[in-house]
Design a binder for this molecule. Sequence first.
Ligand SMILES: [Zn+2]
Ligand SMILES: [Zn+2]
Length: 290
Amino acid sequence: MAKPAQAQPLVGAHMSIAGGVYRAFARAEDAGADCMQVFLKSNVQWRFPAVSDEDVNLFKSEQKQTGIKIVIAHACYLVNPASPDRALVLKSVDDLQKESALAAAYRIKWLVLHPGNHLGQGTPKALPQVASVLADVLRSTPKTGILVETTSGAGTAVGSRLSEVADIIRMAGGGARLGVCLDTAHLFAAGYDLATQAGYESFKAELAARRLTRRVKAIHVNDSKGALASRVDRHDHIGKGRIGREGFARIMRDADFALIPKILETPKGMCGRRSCDRVNISLLRRLAGE
Ligand SMILES: [Zn+2]
Ligand SMILES: [Zn+2]
């Protein structure tokens, strides 16, 4: 007999869209995933590919055939809503509006966004600016929501403190289409100690105090090569970095996140005779207590 849907944690990985966005589904299925993250176009170019009805139909039929339950999209890396350069901010709004429309065509509910780099203008000035970009983008598309990703705080990145993420969401209007994507490696590098029970409890307490617990709609599950509070953003395989197996077992068993998709952004390639994604996904399922 099939297990009830709730018994199985949603675990997947970021998948390549080489050859077409729809081709990510087969890659996810091969890795044993039941959810995935994709870019909707090249993540390092502004250019958008032409997307036909046929492309959208292929996407939908592949999703049905592979049984991948949840797909989330990650926005282009060039986007910087926190920039002091007005032209770049306007370009970012334009890109995000187009990406949101594309996500809606694919029936992807959430677009993950890095809140950006303030490049010297300072966080207090950048946060309301990021919020106003988000509000503009949400106004332009009726469906897609935006997940603000927590960052490692490298360079002038904003969004490495939960307080900053909460401020952005509040100033953007606080609607139901605004959420949070936690990235475990970024959180750890930013100083949230997910490796210990005490550290995890204090992280969860702050998340709750800032009314962000229910806003979490996706978790990037990445172990961290960078040390606690190092601001070094380097992802490692689950259990091989400084967060460790115990840290991920705690996250996988946290009832608050039971229904939240957990997406790997760990190095690709082979780990022994299996793909690293497959190894990491099956390890996360085991840690969840299956
Ligand atoms: Zn990201
Ligand atoms: Zn991430």
